[in-house]
Design a protein around this ligand. Structure first.
Ligand SMILES: [Zn+2]
Length: 484
C-alpha cells in the first residue's frame, strides 16, 4: 500500500472551492490499492471459477506494490466525442481537464453475493486508487481523468454485492467511479490489465462480502490517517475594498453527480450551468457587480465547498440554481427556497433531503457537522442574513411571476446544506422540474432561459436597492453598498 496520489493544485482564484472540495474528497481516503499495470505483467490464472467474465487476474503482489506514478498521455485535442451518459465528462470541461484521452468504453458487474467483480474496458493503462465508505456502504474508485463513453443506462443496475454505480469527473484532472454496495464489503483486488491480443485494457475491482466490524476497522484506520494529514482551510482574507457587490452563482451538481435526469436524457447539471452562464452575462452588464461561479465546467463541487467558496469571496448574495425531479409528474414551475430548520411541507423536506445527498452520491466522506442548523439559525437571526434571503426570495418571485410559470407555493423553506453560510444571504432557485415534460421544454429553451435570467437580474437589482434602504434606516450604511 502507498499513499493516495495527490491532485495538482490549481492556481486560479475561483478554483478555491474545488481545492476545498479536494480536502474533503481526500479526507476519507483509505488507499487499499494503487497500481499501474505494467506492460510486462503476465496475467495470472487465479480468477474465481464463478466469474463468467474472461478477464485474467493479475498476481496479487502486483496489486500491492504499485509505486509507478500515473501515466497521463499527452493532450489530444482531437479526442473522440462522447455519447450521452448520466455523468460523463462533457464538452463543458476546461481544456486542461480534457487533456487525458483514456476512454472507458464498457462496464459490467459479474459474480454473486459472496464475491463480485467490476470490470471496465479502457483504451489504455491507468493508475487506480480504491477506498471504502459507509453510510451507505460504497467502494470508491479514483482514476486520472477519463472520458466515460458508456451506454446511457450503465450503472443503473448492479449484481451481487454491487447494487448500482456512477461515474464522472470529481475534480480537475480526476475521475471517479462510486460503486454502491449492498452491505459491508472488502476490496480483494484492484488493478488495470494491459491490452492483450483482442482484449482491451481493463480496470478490475474484486470485492468480497465482509462484516460491519471488519469494515469499520478499515474505515477507522483511514479516517485517523486522513485526520493526521488534514490541513485546516486558511481563513479568508479581508474583503476587497473596491465597492463591488459580489454575487456567487451556484449551478447545482456537476461531474459525477448529474442531478436530475429527464426522461429524454437531459441532465440537470447541464441545464443549470447553461442558465448560470446566461445569468452571469446579464448581471455583468452592471459594472457594480462582480459575479463568481462555484463551477464553470462539468466538475463536482461539495456542498460545503460551495458555501465555503461564497464565504471566502465575501459574497453579498449566493444563488444556488437547480432543476430537480419530483415524484409527481404534474409538479412544475419555478420555486425559491430559503433556509429553515423546519421545512414548509413534505415536498420541501424531500427536495432538501435529495439535494443534501449530493456528497454521498459522489463518494465524499461527509465530515461531522458541528455547526448544525439550530446554531446557524441563531447566527442568521443575529446577522439578519435570513431576512435578507427572504427579501431576495420574494423579489425573485415578484419578478418571475409575469415572465414564467411559478409553482403554486413559490416560496418554500427547508434545511438545505448549501444555504448554510451564516453571513451570506442565500437562496436556492428551482428553475422548474425536469420530471415534468412541459418544464423540461422550457428549461432547454434559449428564449425561456433569457427571459428568466432577465427577471432574476431585476430581482437582484431590487434586492440590493432594498438592502440600501434597510441599512440607511438603521444608519449602519455599508459604504460598499450603493444603488446598483
Ligand atoms: Zn438539484
Amino acid at each position: 500500500m502507498r499513499a493516495r496520489q495527490g491532485v495538482s493544485a490549481d492556481p486560479t482564484g475561483w478554483q478555491k472551492a474545488k481545492k476545498h472540495a479536494e480536502r474533503f474528497l481526500g479526507a476519507s481516503a483509505f488507499v487499499l490499492i494503487s497500481v499501474l499495470a505494467s506492460a510486462a505483467q503476465s496475467p495470472g490464472d487465479d480468477a474465481p471459477p464463478n466469474f463468467s467474465e474472461t478477464v485474467e487476474m493479475a498476481p496479487a503482489e502486483d496489486a500491492s506494490t504499485g509505486s509507478i506514478p500515473a501515466v497521463i498521455a499527452p493532450a489530444d485535442p482531437g479526442s473522440p466525442s462522447q455519447r450521452g451518459s448520466p455523468a460523463q465528462a462533457s464538452p463543458e470541461a476546461p481544456a486542461a481537464v480534457r487533456a487525458v484521452p483514456v476512454i472507458a468504453r464498457e462496464a459490467r458487474v459479474v459474480g454473486d453475493g459472496a464475491r463480485t467483480r467490476f470490470v471496465m474496458d479502457l483504451s489504455g493503462p491507468s493508475a487506480v486508487t480504491v477506498f471504502t465508505l459507509d453510510e451507505p456502504y460504497r467502494v470508491v474508485v479514483d482514476l486520472p481523468e477519463m472520458h466515460f463513453d458508456l451506454a446511457a443506462d450503465a450503472g443503473k443496475a448492479g449484481k451481487g454485492l454491487i447494487s448500482a454505480f456512477r461515474y464522472g469527473l470529481i475534480s480537475a484532472g480526476k475521475s471517479r467511479i462510486v460503486l454502491d454496495a449492498t452491505g459491508p464489503v472488502a476490496v480483494d483486488k484492484a488493478f488495470v490489465l494491459p491490452a492483450e491480443k483482442e482484449q482491451p485494457a481493463r480496470l478490475v475491482i474484486d470485492m468480497v462480502k465482509s462484516n460491519r466490524t471488519a469494515f469499520l476497522d478499515t474505515l477507522r484506520i483511514s479516517r485517523d490517517r486522513a485526520a493526521a494529514e488534514h490541513k485546516p482551510e486558511p481563513a479568508p482574507g479581508p474583503a476587497p475594498n473596491d465597492g463591488k457587490l459580489r454575487i456567487v452563482l451556484d449551478p447545482g451538481h456537476g461531474g459525477i453527480d448529474s442531478g436530475a435526469i429527464a426522461k429524454s436524457g437531459v441532465l440537470e447539471k447541464s441545464v443549470v450551468l447553461a442558465f448560470a452562464r446566461t445569468l452571469k452575462e446579464k448581471l455583468e452588464a452592471n459594472s457594480r457587480y462582480e459575479v463568481l461561479m462555484t463551477r464553470d465546467d462539468d466538475t463536482f463541487v461539495t456542498l460545503r465547498g460551495r458555501v465555503q467558496f461564497a464565504r471566502s469571496k465575501h459574497a453579498d448574495l449566493f444563488v444556488s440554481i437547480h432543476a430537480d425531479s419530483f415524484s409527481g409528474k404534474d409538479i412544475r414551475g419555478a420555486t425559491v427556497y430559503t433556509l429553515s430548520e423546519r421545512a414548509s411541507d413534505q415536498m420541501a423536506a424531500s427536495i432538501a433531503e435529495s439535494e443534501n445527498k449530493s456528497d454521498i452520491l459522489a463518494g465524499v466522506d461527509v465530515p461531522e457537522d458541528t455547526d448544525d442548523v439550530s446554531d446557524i439559525l441563531i447566527d442568521l437571526a443575529r446577522r439578519e442574513t435570513k431576512n435578507f434571503a427572504v427579501v431576495f426570495a420574494r423579489n425573485v418571485i415578484k419578478e418571475l411571476k409575469p415572465a414564467v410559470r411559478l409553482f403554486k407555493r413559490a416560496h418554500q423553506q427547508a434545511g438545505f446544506m448549501v444555504l448554510k453560510a451564516p453571513d451570506v444571504p442565500s437562496a436556492l432557485v428551482e428553475l422548474g422540474y425536469l420530471s415534468n415534460v412541459d418544464d423540461e421544454k422550457l428549461l432547454t429553451s434559449p428564449e425561456w432561459r433569457d427571459k428568466t435570467a432577465v427577471a432574476i437580474t431585476r430581482a437582484i437589482d431590487e434586492y440590493f436597492r432594498t438592502r440600501i434602504a434597510n441599512m440607511a434606516a438603521s444608519e449602519t450604511v455599508d459604504p460598499k453598498v450603493g444603488v446598483p
